[in-house]
Design a protein around this ligand. Structure first.
Ligand SMILES: *Cc1c(COP(=O)(O)O)cnc(C)c1O
Length: 482
């Protein structure tokens, strides 16, 4: 996996140079002759012939369309090497591994949480064999697929009941649709948020079939505002965690305890969309501001929803916990079937939840927690190690040093949290260095490395990396700068 890294990029550069030379030649070899050349003959053992033929044809067409005139005749070997480069490019999977040097731990673009080894193994087992997905092995009867995680969720959060769906957006949508369609959902104006560019609370409420009743103002919403909004059509009080922003200054928000008490006295369920629900208090690790699912329930909400792949550190999933009757109502609705999770998700979630039975183990085993808990001292050690690896491999015209910076939790978690880190900074020794070109080359290489740009330098943040990746990053930088 690693070894190939050196090869295509340089080769690609060489090929590009050849291309301009070939472009000025007059006659092209035939497809068959090119296919007979050595690199392509041995490529046949790994790639289908039809793909090789298509790539040779494409290269020939491209050369022809470049308007061949006098000059060099492109040899069959030259065409073959261009074709082989094309074969290699099209054979790379589209969804593939990248190195996250952005310092954003829960990066939605990079797949949010990295699964624990145990979770990945559990996925692999159920993916490659049959499983007890919907069978109760004791009785031999048909079982429920969510039974594999329901008990663990109840145990870890103290909830009466639990349900797992495809994602948190689906969980909120289902709750609105089942409990409030054709009626009204009351929500504070300060919580009509957009998260991650595609989850807009007002859109979810409307597409769930409910009417949105906004109360209060952007910065202040009092209990009275909720109370005044109650009509005979009120079906739900919805709270949405302001995941990716904070309104500060002259603000007032109704506490969920007060709202829950109001809901109880008037028979209106309170649903708290926590977004990034943590399973235990990560505050003692310097991560303030993360709400646990247990705490959210204890404040009195009837239902709490959260994502499986944010602070929880598991697979993409939507978790609903809370009142037994309401969760049951959601689980029985036909839409729950449309939003159901697959066996691989369940396997990963079960293994992740099992780690949480011992919080210390969870922090060791679950990458998201481990990355967030890294101290500045640890990160400095990592940055020095990465810088050393890069200096060993790389040309002298780049300058490599370490600088203090901040990482982000991402995924709408802990928006106010400053996570101090130490980054490896790469600058050019002379003129002609461009941080944006370097970062683009790193992104488009064989093993993509995603980095930050700051003040004309490329910053590599080790927070969401493993030390075992340092050599690969050094290699990628070497290729991108040579
Ligand atoms: C992230 C988030 C969502 C969407 O969750 P997905 O699991 O990505 O569907 C919804 N609500 C809040 C408050 C969030 O932070």
């Amino acid at each position: 996996m690693v070894i190939v890294a050196g090869f295509p990029f340089r080769w690609h550069n060489a090929v590009v140079k050849n291309e301009s030379r070939i472009a000025s030649s007059a006659r092209l070899p035939s497809v068959n002759i090119v296919l007979e050349t050595e690199p392509l003959r041995s490529a046949l053992s790994e790639h289908p012939r039809s793909l090789l033929v298509r790539c040779v044809r494409d290269v020939l067409t491209e050369l022809r369309s470049k308007g061949l005139s006098n000059g060099n005749q492109p040899s069959a070997a030259e065409v073959a090497s261009l074709a082989l480069a094309r074969v290699m490019r099209t054979s790379l999977p589209s969804l593939r591994r990248v190195i996250n040097a952005t310092g954003v731990v829960l990066h939605t673009g990079l797949g949010r949480s990295v699964l624990s080894r145990k979770a990945a193994e559990a996925v692999s087992i159920v993916a490659t064999s049959h499983s007890s997905l919907e069978i109760d092995l004791e009785s031999g009867r048909r079982g429920s697929r969510t039974s594999h995680v329901k008990g663990l969720l109840m145990e870890l959060t103290g909830a009466e009941n639990a349900l797992v769906l495809n994602n948190n957006a689906g969980a909120v949508f289902l709750a609105v649709h089942v409990l409030a369609s054709g009626r009204e959902v009351v929500i504070s104006r300060g919580e009509l948020v957009e998260i991650g560019g595609s989850f807009r609370m007002p859109d979810i409420i409307r597409s769930g079939g409910a009417a949105l009743v906004e109360v209060g103002t952007t910065n202040r919403t009092r209990l009275r505002d909720y109370e005044d909004a109650i009509t005979e059509r009120t079906a739900m009080f919805l709270r949405c965690h302001p995941s990716n922003f904070r309104i500060t200054g002259f603000t007032e928000a109704t506490s969920i305890e007060e709202l829950a008490a109001l809901g109880r006295s008037r028979g209106i369920p309170v649903v708290d969309d926590l977004g990034s629900g943590a399973l235990f208090d990560v505050a003692h690790r310097g991560l303030m501001g993360a709400d646990t699912l247990r705490a959210a329930l204890a404040r009195g909400a009837d239902l709490v929803t959260a994502s499986g792949d944010k602070l929880l550190g598991g697979p993409q999933a939507g978790i609903v916990i809370g009142r037994k009757d309401l969760v049951e109502q959601l689980a029985k609705h036909p839409l729950a079937r449309a939003l159901r999770v697959d066996k691989m998700t369940l396997a990963a979630l079960e293994a992740t939840l099992r780690s949480y039975r011992d919080p210390e183990r969870a922090v060791r085993e679950i990458p998201t927690l481990r990355y967030l808990a890294r101290t500045e001292i640890e990160l400095r050690r990592m940055a020095l190690g990465l810088a050393r690896a890069i200096r060993k491999r790389c040309p002298e015209h780049i300058v490599v040093d370490c600088v203090r910076s901040d990482s982000q939790a991402g995924g709408g978690s802990l928006p106010e949290e400053n996570l101090p880190t130490v980054c490896v900074r790469i600058r050019g020794g002379g003129a002609g260095f461009s941080a944006s070109i370097l970062s683009e080359r790193l992104r488009t290489g064989e093993l993509p490395v995603l980095a930050r740009i700051k003040d004309g330098a490329v910053l590599l943040d080790p927070r969401a990396m493993e030390a075992a990746e340092f050599l690969e990053v050094a290699e990628a930088i070497c290729l991108a700068t040579s």
